[in-house]
Design a protein around this ligand. Sequence first.
Ligand code: NAD
Length: 313
Amino acid sequence: MKVLVTGAAGFIGSHLMERLLARGDDAVGLDWYGDNYPPSIKRQNAAAFADRVVEGDILNVALLDDLFAKHDFEAVVHLAALPGVRPSIAEPGRYQAVNVEGTAQIVDAMHRAGVKRLVFASSSSVYGRNEERPYRETDRVDQPASPYASSKRAGELLLTTLHPIFQIGVTSLRYFTVYGPRQRPEMAIHKFVKAVEEGTPIPMFGNGETSRDYTYVDDIIDGTVAALDRCDERFRIYNLGDNRPVTLRELIDKVGEAVGKEPIIEELEEQAGDVQHTLACIDQAAADLGYAPKVPIEEGLRRFVDWYRAQEA
Ligand code: NAD
């Protein structure tokens, strides 16, 4: 398949590019190598397929038109975004611009070029302050807890609106806390492993009872590729999670086991924008996409630690 992957040099995007290229797809990436974390890390992520990544901003309409004119894309996987809950509180306007206007520009450029299939990276954060778990795709999602979460929900709403007007089939994937090799350096597991390796304290926000549905990146890529292959004229939403909640305290213990050292914990106040718990119901993705996450957290953490040590060596 001839496919455009936006955000190709990022954590998830680089894994997706590798998977698509390995199975023989004609995948082209787009990434601006922005500095929300060190661009050198993104260049490293994309090192194996750098010649297939176009460097540019999804807000650059002329660049998008040029890219779509040069390639006869059958589908787009739109991962490019500013991620992260906490930084979005400091820059709500920038998050809206990149994540909402950026999504509008991508879908508009697809429309002009006649590209009919879109897979969109949404997030578990759209469930916000919802209390009933596991979260289901049919739940109301009108109380996001951070500007990042609002921007992802706004992206979904915009695509709901444009899908029948532009007749573009859309599959929105709500990813639940993704981890694994190349995880962004500011994300919890990456920070925790680094802290335990270096013998510095792990910042634990709250009492450790919050929980997350951590999903290994290979499982996320399985689900994303299955969604891409099955994307048709409909508008659909799927949770991609692991369906096994892990409390923050348990996560810290498991990181300690994976590293082989006792973690030092620094207890801090809960952070604004953080939600208490996440947990995905994955029945819909299982039924329609054959999605079945395989990597338990202990194994995923071991793989992350191996990767982390190889980077540091
Ligand atoms: P990432 O930051 O590693 O990847 C995003 C990539 O998009 C980066 O390489 C960045 O340079 C690029 N990008 C950002 N703005 C751009 C712009 N204006 N033009 C071109 N490129 C731009 O993040 P990730 O963790 O790989 O997340 C990928 C997607 O999945 C994002 O949409 C994110 O919101 C979503 N998501 C991630 C998680 C997670 O746990 N990692 C969870 C839910 C949803």
